[in-house]
Ligand binder design. Structure first.
Ligand code: AMP
Length: 474
């Protein structure tokens, strides 16, 4: 008999042959800490309360034992009656989970499907009709399909809630409560969340039976292999700073985070106009457009992917060299998730934050909660002493002040021109026909004077607001 010491690390977790074969084909040699901890509990039929971010290998931590359990009790799946259900907050994450399940179960006959809104339900219904062992779903579309009797959850043996905190943020808890009424009481439940706000804890307490607690990182901790830095800058110079950074070819695969959809559109236009291959993903984009942008980014056809926080969940793209926070979210966990897009599975990545005086309070809150110091880069022509020296407030006050300022900007931008929409939408297409693509300019390699923030020249012209559409004066 083979001794335990000769067994591979995955064999020691008592995973079966077809799974070991898939892991070896995928190139995984050792389990990540969450996999090591969670897999034995799940195989032992225990409920799990897992605190883990994406990037820790948590998808495999629940997929592998689920595959094993389904495989060991396999029967031909019945139409519309899945045996395991994974709920995820976004379509991107749902797709990612199903893709992983397919990879890890490739040497079994197990089947899976994924359902999410915003696309035709026809192929999803067809897949369910053929019968699947595992279903990955976002909650709204799942409830629709249950109502239409295309799927029935009465045979669910294992239920997974992935990124529960994000589902809470996105207002999906009522859906989850409805779904919980539809699955059998006797089941195994696996609950994963990056953070544990009170409401998540309450839900977990309610639905988990004597769970094993698995926590691989403290509640808020940034990926250690990400080198984090910040450049203080005025709002007006942010875009110029971005172009300045992109002059460095080392920034070859960049994910750029913004708070608002219209800003994402606007930056994308500006970068594309300067012939920097860029795509955007946010919730106003069709599912097809989001998928295409993600694939192009994955396949290195895009150098920059501009994303909002919600759309970025579940992005698992290899080789992201840099995460740039074009603006900062007041939510520390968003920062943690954002920078976790780089340095995936052990590689080293860089995260650069462009921080205005107004956002400085958010940055300080991030440093405090993650217990890390973010390196300040002063050696940049767009570095702003003024932003660097800005006062720091509590996050609530800083957020209120920033929102008031944004609202004032929106009002002044609306002018007399017929009522802009609140909160983003496609504001990028509003207000004039200025098109930077029509007047390509050379990017400044050594932007203007360092004497004051105000005197710095834009690589697009003089003293332009980041999003001004006016053509620069010659
Ligand atoms: P996740 O946290 O599930 O999003 O996984 C993060 C990344 O780690 C994904 O790219 C996985 O494919 C990868 N990964 C998961 N488990 C392992 C492992 N044991 N060894 C190497 N890479 C892994």
């Amino acid at each position: 008999m083979e001794s335990n010491s000769e067994k591979s690390p995955f064999e020691k977790l008592l995973l079966i042959g077809p799974i070991l074969k898939a892991l070896s084909a995928t190139g995984y040699k050792t389990p990540t800490p969450i996999q090591k901890e969670a897999i034995p509990f799940i195989l032992n039929n225990q409920d799990i309360l897992g605190i883990a971010q994406t990037g820790t290998g948590k998808t495999a931590a629940f997929c592998l034992p689920i595959i094993q359990k389904l495989y060991q009790t396999a029967f031909k799946p019945r139409p519309g009656l899945p045996r395991a259900l994974v709920l995820a907050p976004t379509r991107e994450l749902a797709l990612q989970i199903q893709k992983n399940f397919e990879t890890y179960s490739q040497f079994t006959k197990l089947t899976s499907a994924v359902v999410f809104g915003g696309v035709s339900q026809v192929p999803q219904v067809e897949a369910l009709g053929r019968g699947v062992d595992l279903l990955v779903a976002t909650t709204g579309r799942l409830l629709d399909l249950v109502q239409q009797r295309k799927v029935d959850l009465k045979n669910i043996e294992i239920l997974v809630l992935d990124e529960a905190d994000r589902m809470l943020d996105m207002g999906f808890f009522p859906h989850i409560h409805a779904i919980l009424e539809m699955v059998p009481k006797k089941r195994q439940t696996l609950f994963f969340s990056a953070t544990m706000p009170k409401e998540c804890n309450v839900l977990a307490q309610r639905i988990l039976k004597d769970p094993a607690h698995v926590e691989v990182t403290p509640e808020i901790k940034t990926a250690e292999k990400v080198e984090q830095s910040v450049i203080y800058v005025t709002k007006e110079n942010k875009l110029n700073l971005l172009f300045n950074l992109l002059e460095n070819p080392e920034l070859s695969k960049v994910i750029l985070f913004v708070e608002m959809k219209h800003v994402a559109n606007r930056i994308t236009e500006k970068l594309v106009a300067q012939k920097i291959p860029t795509g955007a993903i946010h919730s106003d984009k069709s599912q097809g457009a989001r998928q295409k942008a993600l694939e192009d980014f994955q396949n290195n056809k895009l150098r920059v992917l501009v994303a909002t926080d919600i759309a970025s969940r579940g992005i698992d793209v290899d080789g992201i060299t840099h995460v740039i926070n074009f603006d900062l979210s007041h939510l520390v966990e968003n920062y943690v998730h954002r920078i976790g897009r780089t340095a995936r599975a052990g590689s080293v990545g860089q995260a650069i934050t462009l921080c205005t005086g107004e956002e400085k309070s958010f940055l300080f809150a991030i440093e405090k909660e993650t217990r890390q110091t973010i390196k300040v880069i002063k050696d940049n022509p767009y570095f702003s002493e003024e932003a660097f020296n800005a006062p720091v407030y509590g996050v609530g006050k800083a957020k209120a002040m920033l929102e008031a300022k944004r609202e004032a900007n929106r009002n002044s931008n609306r002018g007399g021109g017929g009522g802009g929409r609140r909160g983003g939408g496609n504001g990028a297409r509003r207000g004039g026909s200025g098109n930077n693509a029509s007047s390509p300019r050379k990017l400044a390699t050594s932007p203007a004077s360092k004497s004051s923030d105000q005197s710095k020249k834009s690589s697009f012209g003089k003293k332009r607001g980041s999003f001004s559409r006016n053509k620069p004066k010659k």
